[in-house]
Design a protein around this ligand. Structure first.
Ligand code: PAF
Length: 284
């Protein structure tokens, strides 16, 4: 597709572009990202295209969602490459603001409190992370006021929290979640995969392999969550992988279940070298 891609650096430019789209009777989809795009992000653009007339993307490495010991400074960035990739999917506008444009007064004094859903899974080891995510997503929703916003299933806890925020705060945005896109060998696509050395890349397969094995057990009739969890753990018990969690949870509450059922989520997180990876699978 060859629509002309506009790049907005300011909130005012985004508002003007959205106003023009609406004046033309068009619906608007937003794909929020932190850039360093891969096929997973591009699939979100495709999903957005299927659901609205105009597709807009934000690219902003949000400092608010990184802890002090996390990878904010080394997070991969390549705006020119991202713009070229976004253009291949016919994206109409990319919003790439500076931190000063997003947070002109520094970290916002008023932020979104995510509540207990943010304390489980990734939230347990990343205090403040989901507050930062919800705050920037709420701002992006306020800036774009999109009809629909598309997020990836790989960040399943994030998507669950965003859905909950939209519901609890009556934000008029439809939230869509697109399936995980994987490399040929099963590794879930992530901008952070670029950190992995060749041997770490090999070790990282333990996450998707565990999910695959547990899925095979489920397909064969195993619904005992402890057995599925044990399979996830044992697949991650390999050199080079430091498992953080392996859980079998209810998709709405993110609380552990005793029996898995359709819709139950198996979720894993581990460190491979200095890189923290996550992955999940929803049982059919
Ligand atoms: O998933 C991400 O890339 C980020 O958490 C998001 C939703 C763009 C907020 O910064």
């Amino acid at each position: 597709m060859t629509a002309t891609l506009a790049v907005a650096r300011t909130v005012a430019e985004v508002r003007e572009a959205v106003r023009e789209a609406r004046a033309g009777g068009k619906t608007v989809a937003l794909v929020p990202t932190m850039g360093y795009l891969h096929e997973g992000h591009l699939s979100l653009l495709d999903e957005a295209r299927a659901r609205a007339d105009v597709v807009m993307m934000s690219i902003f490495v949000n400092p608010l969602q990184f802890g002090p010991a996390e990878d904010l400074d080394r997070y991969p960035r390549d705006l020119d490459r991202d713009l070229a990739l976004a253009a291949t999917r016919g994206t109409e506008l990319v919003f790439a603001p500076t931190a000063a444009e997003m947070y002109p007064h520094g970290a916002p004094a008023v932020q979104v409190v995510p509540g207990p859903l943010a304390e489980r899974l990734c939230g347990a080891s990343r205090p403040g992370h989901f507050r930062g995510v919800l705050t920037v997503v709420a701002k992006l929703f306020g800036i774009f006021q999109p009809d629909v916003a598309v997020f990836g299933q790989k960040d399943l806890q994030q998507a669950t929290l965003i859905r909950r925020m939209v519901d609890d705060l009556d934000i008029p945005v439809r939230v869509e979640v697109a399936p995980i896109v994987r490399e040929a060998d099963g590794l879930a696509m992530s901008s952070r995969n670029v950190y992995l050395s060749a041997s770490e890349r090999e070790s990282a397969l333990a996450l998707s392999r565990g999910l695959g094995r547990a899925r095979e057990l489920w397909d064969a009739g195993q619904a005992d969550a402890a057995t599925l969890r044990a399979t996830l753990w044992s697949e991650m018990a390999v050199p080079g992988v430091e498992p953080e969690y392996a859980e079998v949870v209810d998709p709405r509450t993110l609380e552990g279940v005793e029996r898995a059922g359709p819709g139950t989520v198996m979720a894993v997180a581990a460190r491979v070298g200095r890189t923290r990876l996550i992955d999940n699978a929803i049982l059919p």
